[in-house]
Ligand binder design. Structure first.
Ligand code: EUG
Length: 604
């Protein structure tokens, strides 16, 4: 690579850095991404410091001075410098690095860095006293869903990860751990290797995220422990009034002031199971969280290709019984062959000269020359256990797919060393990597949005959602990149909408595409499991059965726990009383309308 960028931070240098084993890969990824960048690193701020809603500069300065008293001068920083998007390993905590609307809209006024749970409580009490909204982030790598950006412009971002990044415990006997918000998958993995423990972590496709943050956003990984929220055990939470709560067995004090010995062993304890309300919500700040770890085991990843686009429903039908019987022990991915092109890290222009979506026959022509061959769907699976067991599982799987004519089975040894399957094999055995960053070489200045509906694992339902995606991606002229994470009863049908963040036209189309995807799939009865903060209002309002009973319930909880409405207003579409009915909700075409100019911040 001719243009060498400054080296990305390593884990030894920074809690959010990359392990030494991936330093060279990270450098290459950075160099490649920056080689496509045509936009400047930053532009001068037009608006200057963005104040919290209804706050004068004078009141803000007084509040900030008080916060500095609590946390120390160095641990409160004004967000008044030019905004730098950076990239995955050097990401901002000031704004959404993948801004869809004006870069200066989803911005904080300041960033606070608490160093302990007690300091988080102090920040919360401060926010109540000064009526300033706060927005907690763990590491801030919720890429494609808003990153580290607050939903309310001018909120104070509480960056938990920078000073709260300890692995508090790894219990090798119980196969569990307890972490703070700033512990990344990379950091947890490296610590377990260092201690030579026979344990696996579970990582999502990219390893730089927060273990705690991903779990409370109900993210997904790819070992048998891939449901991150389901595999957590115990939380310590600061409530919006500053009170401190332990959930599960943690509520029962251990002997002589110790933590309860079963805090990481038994999830629900006694009484209502409260943990769920602290996921995808704005009801509390999770400062510690326990996780179950998997015992290491044998594993074998493989790839199966299917020849025709129309095989799609039959593939889904074949997967369902395999998953329900537990033959598939993890969450496999089913991808369209278009992804075989983009996971090479080569730009779209390498494959196709036009600006329209790459035509199907062009994808076909290229795929025919690649290791996957001319195919349509690619299944990435992994089997677990000892060799004999894996081999018998693989026979069952091949036999199940044999109803689909022309399927082809590949082991990693059948494919060249740079093929994506080798990366999949790492992720599916709990080794966090960076390979998925290659998607972002598709376009110059690339950013992306995830559209993430849930469908039953049934061919008919999956086809409805897929057909909507095919049609609407064509309508808005985006390449369709579906990745399906398939379980026995449901699948996460994820599409990655990749746009050039220097183009208002692309951003407007991406936002319009999202909005129409959400509304069309909802009309058919399907809903998203997670979404970008700009679409949270729309998604939350699709869950409106019985006159919005669920949202009214959430609002009741919100108002009881957070009467002043200081904690992450608008997160997951939940607005505190103070904000409701004043035009904060982004519904209809309000996101598209403010692309290229305008504000999402009405008067309170
Ligand atoms: C992916 C999967 C997700 C998600 C975002 C991205 C996969 C990308 C299952 O959830 O939310 C390759």
């Amino acid at each position: 690579m001719s243009n060498r960028q400054a080296p990305p931070p390593t884990l030894a240098e920074k809690y959010s850095g990359v392990p030494a084993r991936l330093a060279a890969i990270a450098q290459d990824a950075k160099d490649r991404l920056y080689s496509h960048k045509t936009a400047p690193d930053s532009v001068p701020r037009r608006g200057g410091l963005r104040l919290p809603p209804d706050t004068s500069r004078e009141a803000f300065d007084e509040a900030i001075a008080a916060l500095k008293q609590e946390l120390g001068q160095a641990n409160v920083v004004l967000n008044d410098k030019p905004l730098v998007d950076g990239w995955y390993l050097e990401h901002p905590n000031t704004h959404d690095a993948f801004a869809v609307i004006d870069q200066e809209e989803l911005v904080s006024s300041a960033i606070a860095y608490p160093g302990s749970t007690a300091e988080v409580q102090a920040v919360v009490k401060w926010a109540n006293k000064f009526a300033i909204p706060i927005y907690p982030i763990s590491i801030g790598r919720n890429v494609g869903y808003g990153g580290s950006a607050p939903r309310v412009p001018g909120a104070v971002v509480v960056d938990l990860g920078r000073r709260m990044n300890k692995i508090l415990n790894i219990d090798a006997e119980n196969a569990s751990c307890m972490v703070e918000p700033g512990v990344s998958y990379f950091a947890l993995y490296e610590e377990i290797q260092k201690k030579k423990l026979p344990l696996w972590i579970d990582t999502p496709d990219l390893g730089g995220g927060s273990v705690l943050g991903n779990a409370i956003d109900r993210g997904v990984g790819y070992t048998p422990f891939g449901d991150h929220f389901a595999n957590h055990c115990g939380m310590e939470v600061v409530l919006p009034n500053g009170e401190l709560l332990r959930t599960g067995m943690g509520a029962l004090p251990g002997k002589n002031g110790a933590d309860n010995p079963t805090w990481q062993s038994f999830q629900p304890a006694y009484g209502p199971y409260s943990d769920g309300i602290f996921s995808q919500s704005n009801f509390g700040i999770v400062c510690q969280m326990g996780f179950w770890l998997m015992r290491e085991t044998g594993h074998q990843s493989y790839m199966i290709t299917f020849p025709r686009d129309e095989d799609f429903p039959n593939i889904v039908e074949a997967i369902r019984p395999l998953a329900q019987k537990g033959i598939l022990g993890n969450i496999p991915q089913l991808r369209h062959v278009a992804q075989e092109l983009n996971v090479t890290g080569k730009p779209k222009s390498h494959w196709y000269a036009g600006t329209s979506p790459v035509p199907r026959e062009v994808i076909q022509k290229h795929a025919a020359q690649m290791p996957c061959g001319d195919c349509s769907w690619v299944f990435y699976g992994t089997q677990y256990g000892d060799e004999t067991s894996i081999n018998s599982q693989l026979e069952i799987i091949k036999s199940a797919f044999s109803s689909i004519k022309g399927f082809k089975f590949f082991l990693p040894s059948d494919l060249p060393p740079d093929h994506y399957l080798h990366s999949r094999a790492l992720v599916c055995s709990g080794v966090p990597v960076l390979r998925e960053l290659d998607w972002l070489n598709w376009k110059p200045n690339a950013a992306h949005l995830f559209f993430s509906p849930i469908t039953p694992t049934r061919g008919e339902d999956a086809t409805v959602v897929h057909d909507i995606n095919v049609r609407l991606h064509q309508k808005y002229a985006f390449d369709l990149f579906p990745t399906l994470c398939v379980a026995g009863r449901e699948m996460h049908y994820i599409t990655n909408i990749i746009y050039d963040r220097s183009s208002d036209d692309e951003k407007r189309r991406a936002a319009a595409l999202m909005r129409e995807l959400i509304s069309e799939t909802a009309r058919e009865g399907y809903g998203e499991y997670r979404t970008h903060i700009l679409f949270a209002d729309q998604v939350a309002r699709t869950y409106n059965w019985n006159n919005n009973a669920l949202m009214r319930f959430n609002e009741t909880i919100k108002d009881a726990l957070d009467p002043n409405g200081i904690l992450a207003p608008g997160r997951n579409g939940i607005w505190p009383k103070k904000y409701r009915g004043k035009g904060w909700e982004l519904l209809g075409d309000s996101v598209e309308k403010v692309v290229g100019g305008g504000t999402i911040s009405p008067k309170l």
